[in-house]
Design a protein around this ligand. Structure first.
Ligand code: 26Q
Length: 821
């Protein structure tokens, strides 16, 4: 059969010229969709285009898969509960090098590619930074030719759609699969049984290993794979994103059905459906729900069974796994994989505990994305034990070895041993997923230099003492294809004219643009691109919200999840202070600004939702006050997602990166803004510090306390009330908000939110206010000098090429995975 197939004549490589593309699109429209060009609706054209491009992707996909098998090399497996991939059509067309041809082909058919592009649903299988990072990494792994698989869950409902009703966030279900998904391929042969609950029995005396046990699961479901191709730049390698869905083993319980219990007969089916139903819309662990732990185990077990099956099929012996597979855990969400790998090796492959550990630990790497205590995952021991009884035994067994080593070999004291333990014994006993991931991995990395440094000093201090070589830094990056070339073709063309094409393959070659930073003619062109992108954003705001903004004003943008530590509140309070000043000193030389906000709040995060309402309340008052003379406008853009980001990043003059120092692990929006020629106003937090090192002190505006100063203030009794009383601008802005100036319908709406700042202010809003306010006035001064402004923004674009995720992935590949020279 295989021989007969390989002796078939090979079809010619698929054409790339517009005439043939147009003919293929019409053919697909006719025979794939059943319409002629006259009857086709925009979504029919989109489907036809996707089909045409998809065939070219599949050719490369099959070639890449064959190459990987032939080379018998090591593969990377990226395990993540989130992949925030967004729309795929433009990405695929552009990375296949077909954008110009496709545009021309469609134009010849009377179709505008940019109009049909917007009909594709935005695949929002993630919350924010961590999920988008996984998507950028997938694209970069294909680009730098790393054979990689992404593993995750095929959520039926991704991140909720946000509407703003009367200023409040309202959550609506997102249904990206409603009209089918042309990018996915079901793989029914890749199906695995996943168990939950039940009991553990000693192994049968059949010669299986001494450490083997038999887990009699109480419930079982089937995991089935859906594969999506991920195209790298220039289409050389196409990797696979494999997402699991859950199916019941018995879709209908016949006994119950025949007994007349037609609803009860669907019990198993409903249970399975719930597993892949919905993404948890929280970006810090506010939930701690049983279903979340079930999701984590479900996709971990399916992925590991798949990895081990592939390994045994090609290499025969599970003990060689570390030479052929590198498994990266995207935060602790897949950390139960450590225990699952041990279970599969001991119970299914008969390895003794120590041998199983010698396979597991060199195979896994763990990436930490947060130090916030409330975001560190822990599970109550009784819940973990009930759902995963065999894994609980394994966690105890790992813990015993770990603590014996800590105590006897390392001579650590009680406090250190308690901190290292996989079980938190304070109060209700809980399994610490971060400690499990740390102990079970050969590499533990942070996502920016400061964050990695703080990991060593705070949460992982004792584990770091025990394993001093394990923690390493891998500063995040973003893919320049989606975040420059695709979302800003105008700037891409301008750069090509100036410095040639080298930066398309090596983002760091953008440094050549530095020579143009003070060139008046180039500044003019750079400004023209920026204004065009601001026009495009203004049009979107007018169409979507009926809001009008002035594209010549400074566009000041804060877009990210709504969180107290990200301090959208600081930005809003500063806007109120500015509003006061414009009204009281109208004769001064104020620079017109549009302040744009966007982002979702976790549905159960009360203060985050209140901050959204405040932004909208403040906007309503300021935008309608004639005393402002149009100098300040505030807009909250609803339903911020990847596609909205693609319009907003290129349109920004100013990027707001104002988290309390020490709290934002890295940030990645900061990189996207700078690449598109925005100035950053920011604290010395996360990757802002490294961005400053790259762009230079003169090309970024830094304010506020350092991480060290924040820690020092918190330790030595910080009294925000005194700070507030010492700052007239801050005191006035706070009293206006809390007394109901912006909420006349409910004067006390913000009394607690603002009142809390006087006594607690954990996020140092008051402490940083004056410094932030002054930094904003420095921004005004630079903006007033157009040539100074564009000289700085051009230098930002020129100098942030290092923050490409290609660079990040090469570092992972060389220093953690051992897959590139
Ligand atoms: C955990 C348990 C239960 C429910 C939800 C969660 C959960 C889900 C998502 C916890 C955290 C997240 C997401 C975290 C995240 O996005 N972190 C961000 O990661 C980026 C990429 O490294 C960094 O740039 C950001 O600084 C960091 O906040």
């Amino acid at each position: 059969m295989i021989e007969r197939i390989s002796s078939l004549p090979k079809p010619a490589p698929r054409a790339t010229d517009p005439g043939i593309l147009a003919a293929e699109i019409v053919e697909r429209l006719t025979y794939g969709i059943g319409k002629n060009a006259a009857a086709a609706k925009p979504h029919d054209w989109l489907a036809a285009v996707i089909n045409v491009i998809r065939e070219r992707v599949i050719d490369r996909w099959i070639a890449s898969t064959n190459k990987t098998y032939e080379e018998q090399g090591k593969r990377v497996y990226y395990l993540s509960l989130e992949f925030l991939i967004g729309r795929l059509m433009r990405d695929a067309v552009s990375n296949m090098g077909l954008m110009d041809s496709m545009r021309e082909a469609l134009a010849s058919l009377g179709v505008e590619i940019d109009l049909i592009r917007e009909l594709e649903p935005d695949a929002a299988l993630g919350n924010g930074g961590l999920g988008r990072l996984a998507a950028c990494f997938m694209e970069s792994m294909a680009t730098v030719d790393v054979p990689a698989y992404g593993y995750g869950i095929r959520y039926v409902n991704g991140m909720f759609r946000q509407e703003i009703h009367d200023g409040w966030q309202v959550e609506l279900p997102e249904t990206w699969l409603a009209h089918g998904n042309p990018w996915e391929f079901e793989r029914r042969e890749a199906s695995y049984e996943i168990g939950f609950g039940g009991s553990v029995e000693p192994a049968a005396a059949d010669g299986s290993g001494d450490d083997a046990r038999v887990w009699k699961a109480g419930e079982r479901v089937i995991a089935t794979a859906f594969d999506t191709p991920v195209v790298g730049w220039r289409g050389e390698r196409v990797n696979t994103l494999r997402l699991w869905t859950a199916l019941p083993i018995d879709p209908i319980l016949l006994d119950a059905f025949n007994a007349g219990d037609h609803i009860g007969a669907l019990r198993e089916s409903n249970k399975a459906d719930s597993l892949a139903r919905v993404l948890y819309p929280a970006d810090s662990n506010l939930a701690g729900q049983e279903l979340r732990l079930r999701q984590e185990y479900f996709f971990s077990s399916a992925s590991l069974q798949d990895i081990l099956r592939r390994h045994v099929q090609y290499f025969g012996d599970v003990r060689t796994l570390p030479e052929k597979a590198a498994i990266q855990l995207n935060d602790t969400h897949p950390a139960v994989s450590i225990a699952e790998m041990m279970r599969l090796l001991m119970d299914e492959h008969d390895l003794p505990f120590d041998e199983a550990w010698a396979v597991t630990q060199p195979t896994f790497g763990y990436t930490n994305h947060t130090l916030l205590p409330e975001a560190l995952e822990t599970w109550p021991v009784p819940l973990f034990e009930r759902l995963l009884p065999r894994h609980m035994q394994i966690v105890y067994a790992i813990n015993a070895k770990l603590l014996i080593k800590a105590r006897r070999e390392m001579k650590l004291d009680d406090a250190a041993v308690a901190a290292i333990s996989l079980i938190d014994e304070h109060g209700e006993r809980r399994v610490r997923m971060a400690n499990l991931a740390f102990a079970g991995s050969h590499s533990v990395n942070g996502v920016a230099a400061l964050h990695t440094d703080l990991m060593k000093k705070t949460v992982f201090a004792d584990l770091h003492r025990m394993f001093p070589d394990r923690i390493n830094n891998k500063t995040n990056g973003v893919t320049p294809r989606r975040w420059l070339q695709q979302c800003n073709p105008e700037l891409t063309s301008l750069i090509r004219e100036a410095i040639g094409d080298a930066f398309l393959d090596d983002t760091e070659a953008l440094t050549a643009l530095d020579a143009f930073a003070d060139d008046a003619a180039f500044q003019e062109k750079f400004k023209a691109v920026k204004v065009a992108k601001k026009d495009a954003l203004s049009n979107m705001l007018r169409e979507r919200m009926g809001v009008r903004v002035d594209p010549t004003a400074l566009f000041d943008i804060q877009i990210k999840r709504i969180h107290e530590y990200k301090r959208q509140l600081l930005n809003i309070i500063e806007a109120v202070a500015l509003y006061d000043q414009i009204r009281s000193r109208p004769e001064l030389d104020w620079q017109p600004r549009v302040k744009l906000f966007g982002g979702k709040a976790a549905p159960s995060y009360h203060n985050a939702k209140l901050i959204i309402k405040l932004a909208n309340d403040v906007a309503r008052v300021i935008n309608h006050d004639p005393a402002v003379q149009g100098l300040l406008k505030i807009v909250f853009v609803p339903n911020y997602n990847v596609s909205v980001a693609e319009v907003m990043m290129p349109a920004a003059d100013l990027s707001e990166q104002i988290s309390t120092a020490g709290m934002e692990a890295s940030g990645t929006g900061n990189m996207k803004f700078a690449l598109n020629g925005a100035l950053t106003i920011g604290t010395l937090d996360g990757a802002n510090i490294e961005i400053k090192d790259h762009v230079g002190d003169d090309n970024i505006v830094i304010f506020g306390l350092t991480a060290e100063e924040v820690a020092e203030r918190r330790a030595n009794g910080y009294t925000p009330r005194e700070v507030i009383e010492g700052s007239r601008e801050l005191a006035q802005a706070l009293s206006a908000i809390s007394s109901g100036v912006f909420s006349p319908d409910d004067k006390d709406r913000y009394a607690d939110l603002i009142g809390g700042l006087y006594d607690h202010d954990w996020f140092m809003v008051a402490a940083d206010f004056d410094s932030y306010h002054a930094a904003q006035r420095r921004i005004d001064t630079i903006w007033a000098d157009e040539s100074a402004w564009y000289s700085k923004t051009i230098r930002n674009t020129a100098r942030v090429g290092w923050f490409s995720s290609d660079r990040t992935i090469r570092q992972y590949a060389r220093e953690i995975w051992g897959v590139l020279p």
